[in-house]
Design a protein around this ligand. Structure first.
Ligand code: NAP
Length: 332
């Protein structure tokens, strides 16, 4: 009897990296003390970079199964913390960078990396949330840690129609915040309103530089998923003692600022790293997602696609053409 299964495998070639579907055997899985039948993975911006990037940009060890997210059922376990049949999610911890990831029907993982899917959501919903949704929750928690609450004032979400942005809007609206969604796609306005955005602005408005070190305060806080010039400009327009949770770089890596927003307005720039986030904060974030993210909104932002579609969609996400969350059914 064969235990072969389907996976996407990145290998080194003379020209760089080749990523192709292949059949693997369980013995080929490199690391970990828990074996998982993967049900779903997801597509995130970082997966787009991994699947289309140059050698070494995201995936640092080849051959490598990419995919920064996975969820499924434990089928073998050498850990007392996990039993056969447990539904688990794994994200971060270097998946698709230094460790094999989720674009595979089976995965062997370190038990320290697993989180039991909390009661209230199933395996598919856990992947509809995925790294993007869990990062959105970490951003909201970072703002809260600085004292932000629904009465603080308007919150800006950039890259609004993307995965992190969509989930951030749905969470913030459910918690009672008034949310301004900034998007480059006017055709997503109805979608963003349905998620709970009270106000909509064009991305171009944030791309223009006023030339001043600070602008009139507009937002009490922001969840910034794009970085670059947009983050540079948003920092100038945050109200005194407000905060920006920054997690992304879709608009660029470089941020230019003066110290004035920080020293004259007491603005806080909060970095969010989902990959190596400590376990207790992860567990808290996943619990909070169950209570603070409305499942009907999650469904409305999620599309489930067959495994074969992931390569094509990975190009679209880099062009900013994917809306909301993409769940990859690795068994279809
Ligand atoms: N720090 C962490 O741990 C962490 C975790 C997860 C994700 N991230 C990062 O967060 C970002 C969002 O991830 P995601 O998976 O949600 O990606 P996504 O679904 O592709 O969303 C990104 C959104 O950014 C906007 N955008 C795209 N290209 C842009 C450009 N050139 N200039 C300005 N805006 C642009 C688009 O929104 P509109 O069409 O609405 O304008 C797009 O939908 C990525 O940079 C990702 O690497 C970081």
């Amino acid at each position: 009897m064969t235990d072969s299964f389907k996976a996407l495998l990145a290998t080194e070639t003379d020209d760089g990296v080749s990523v192709d579907f292949t059949d693997l055997e369980t013995d080929a899985l490199p690391q970990g003390n828990v074996l998982i039948d993967v049900a779903y993975s997801t597509l995130n911006y970082k997966d787009g970079l991994a699947l289309n990037g140059n050698k070494g940009r995201i995936m640092r060890n080849l051959p490598m199964v990419p995919g920064i997210d996975l969820a499924g059922t434990v089928t073998q376990s050498d850990s007392s913390d996990y039993a056969v049949g447990d539904a688990v999610v794994v994200n971060g911890w270097g998946l698709s960078e230094t460790a094999w990831g989720g674009y595979s029907q089976k995965a062997r993982m370190k038990s320290d990396w697993l989180i039991k899917i909390p009661a209230g959501i199933d395996i598919r919903q856990a992947m509809a949330i995925g790294t993007a949704g869990y990062t959105a929750m970490l951003c909201v928690m970072a703002l809260e840690q600085m004292g932000m609450g629904p009465d603080s004032g308007e919150i800006l979400v950039t890259g609004a129609a993307g995965g992190v942005g969509s989930v951030a809007i749905a969470i913030l609206a459910k918690l009672g915040y008034s949310v301004t969604a900034a998007t480059g796609r006017a055709e997503t306005h109805d979608y963003l309103k349905d998620l709970g955005a009270a106000n909509l602005i064009g991305r171009d408005e944030l791309e223009e530089d006023s030339g001043r070190p600070m602008d009139k305060p507009r937002w009490a806080g922001a969840v910034d998923t794009v970085g670059g010039d947009i983050l540079s400009h948003v920092l100038k327009a945050i109200s005194p003692f407000g905060s920006v949770a920054a997690c992304g770089n879709a608009a660029g890596l470089k941020v230019e600022t003066t110290v004035l927003p920080f020293i004259l307005r007491g603005v806080n720039l909060l970095g969010v790293n989902s990959v190596f986030c400590p376990v207790p904060r992860r567990v808290e974030a996943w619990k909070r997602l169950v209570t603070d993210l409305p499942l009907d909104k999650l469904e409305s932002m999620t599309e489930v696609v067959p495994f074969a579609d992931v390569l094509g969609l990975s190009k679209e996400i880099l062009k900013g053409q994917v809306r909301g969350r993409i769940v990859v059914d690795v068994n279809s």
